[in-house]
Write a protein that binds this ligand. Structure first.
Ligand code: SIN
Length: 550
């Protein structure tokens, strides 16, 4: 028997998108926000650089638009770019009104703006190098104080409740299917609960854990994209995985990012011989867009056979470095690198999913009752390569837009015919999966294979090999999933495998090189055939892949 709960809005994920949406939508409705671990286990909390917006008289929205379009390499939705860059400054000021302490100029009026790759002006508002943590702190305070918001930690969404699959009358002939909430594993009780809602909003972040090396936190297992795809919603552009050029290379600390803002303040990438190399790969040098810098580093490491390259900011005054990058300075120091004196060993690592659940201008997916925001979504802002620090911006702009439209959305959903009772979650043979090794082995296998076969530089042959391995792995995971009692690891493994399959499928389809998708077999850009989004859709909600709609 599953316990059933009801709310108007079910938000899944407690990063900047989920918290912002919850806070604003709570003016109109009751919100339940679930998060699979602790509230602060989010990618937002780790964001260092900041939030890009036009906040200086020396900058212009037109320039921000141009920089975003250039970075996106032809695939941005120009209307979305205009919306986000135009509405962004008001959202940043609103965060300040909520209590976010951005670094300000000594005059107290102007923002102290940072520079990052691909930007033609200083436009990154930041709180030293702990911007995400500061935003998360304030939004958590605000949401905790709101009577209409319930936040539940240790609640892991397993699958979406879909009218046609949940034993309801939702998919009668001619009636569109819809999302009714989610099956949620309560990690404390071990029970799978039915969490019904008029609107379900996926804010589950990205999928960095699909790769062996990533800057993402452990929660980034692509849950939102995998659930949405299984439920029959459209997903798009998943071949465009952004590798951050500079992750700290140290065996004792995983995932530690060296912010792009460090290069923005003059740091230089050096090879093993201590020579700058980026200009050989891109005339923009160290401040080229991320796709170009990550590829430059990859090429340099492959040519020299070295394990890492170096990022040097030691020519700047120590006082400036410690003040501007206190977190990076302290963390590197703890692991034996004094960045005021010596270069930092760095490697590229998976960082951001530019595609996601396909949504409209208000965050609505192709499935009624299902929305997606932030990294989980594909709005069209990022195209084939996200411009640095545009992600927090997209999150707050779309959360605001989704909340503004929420009264209308809720009213429309209330007018739909009522759906009947939902079947309790059926656990397989109900034996506990004691063989943790089965999960761990597959988890490690996927991550290593994805790193080796579907990384920064790709080949058709390697993609094919990956598809074959994934076919086999997915079958095994499927069997485990329905044979055993659910565990969080198994839920995440299943999602990871689905997202890996979607990435590989999308990358295989794109016979060109554009933005973050670079393949040696098709090294040129092909605007005639591929100036389109890669949309994957499985209308039957089956576990096998649907067709690519280019
Ligand atoms: C960084 O600080 O380099 C990360 C910012 C981003 O991913 O936009």
């Amino acid at each position: 028997m599953s316990t059933e709960y009801h709310s108007d809005i079910l938000v899944i994920g407690s990063g900047v998108s989920g918290l912002s949406l919850a806070l604003k939508a709570a003016q109109h409705a009751k919100v339940t926000l679930i998060t699979k671990k602790n509230k602060v286990d989010t990618a937002t909390n780790l964001a260092q650089g900041g939030i890009a917006a036009v906040l200086s008289v020396e900058d212009s929205v037109e320039d921000h638009i141009q920089d975003t379009l250039i970075s996106g390499d032809g695939l941005c939705n120009a209307e979305v770019v205009r919306i986000v860059t135009t509405e962004g400054p008001a959202r940043v000021r609103e965060l300040m009104d909520f209590g976010v302490r951005f670094q300000m100029h000594p005059n107290g009026q102007d923002f102290e703006l940072g520079m990052e790759g691909g930007h033609s002006a200083r436009r990154v508002a930041h709180a030293s190098d702990l911007t995400g943590k500061e935003i998360e702190r304030v939004l958590l305070e605000q949401t905790a104080a709101h009577a209409n918001i319930e936040i539940l930690e240790n609640h892991l969404a397993v699958d979406l409740l879909i009218a046609s699959k949940a034993g309801t009358r939702g998919s009668r002939e001619g009636v569109k299917d819809r999302c009714l909430g989610a099956y949620v594993l309560n990690r404390t009780t071990g029970q799978v609960e039915i969490r019904r809602a008029l609107v379900t909003v996926l804010c589950t972040g990205g999928c960095g854990k699909v790769y062996l090396y990533t800057t993402n936190p452990d929660i980034a297992t692509g849950d939102g994209v995998a659930m949405a795809y299984r439920a029959g919603a459209k997903v798009a552009n998943l071949e465009f995985i952004q590798f951050h050029p500079t992750c700290f290379f140290n065996p004792h600390i995983k995932n530690f990012l060296i912010s792009e803002a460090v290069r923005g303040e003059g740091a230089v990438l050096l090879n093993q011989a201590g020579e700058p190399f980026m200009k050989q790969y891109d005339p923009r040098g160290d401040l080229a867009t991320r796709d170009a810098v990550a590829r430059g580093i990859d090429a340099e490491m492959k040519t020299s056979g070295s394990d890492c390259v170096y990022l040097d900011i030691s020519h700047k005054p120590a006082k400036f470095i410690k003040n501007r990058f206190p977190n990076i300075y302290e963390t590197c120091k703890r692991y034996g690198v004094d960045i005021t004196q010596e270069p930092i060993p760095v490697v590229p690592a998976a960082h951001y999913m530019c595609g996601g659940v396909l949504v409209d201008y208000w965050g609505q997916s192709s499935l009624i009752g299902l929305m997606a925001l932030g990294e989980t979504s594909c709005t069209g802002l990022h195209g084939a390569n996200r411009l640095a620090s545009n992600s927090l911006l997209e999150a707050v702009v779309y959360a605001h837009r989704a909340a503004e439209k929420m009264p209308e959305t809720l009213a429309a959903l209330r007018r739909l015919p009522k759906c009947g009772p939902i079947q309790a979650w059926k656990s397989g043979g109900a034996a506990t999966l004691e063989e943790g090794i089965l999960v761990n082995h597959n988890w490690d296998g996927i991550r290593r294979l994805m790193w080796d076969y579907v990384g920064i530089v790709r080949r058709t042959k390697r993609l094919q090999l990956m598809r074959e391995r994934l076919d086999w792995l997915l079958k095994e995971i499927h069997t485990h999933f329905y044979d055993y009692l659910l565990t969080p690891d198994l839920v995440e493994l299943r999602n990871l495998a689905v997202v890996a399959e979607l990435i590989v499928h999308s990358a295989t389809w794109r016979h060109e090189s554009r933005g973050l998708h670079y393949t040696l077999d098709y090294p040129e850009k092909d605007d005639t055939n591929f100036l389109v989004d890669t949309i994957l859709h499985n209308p039957q909600g089956e576990e096998s892949l649907g067709p690519v709609i280019g």
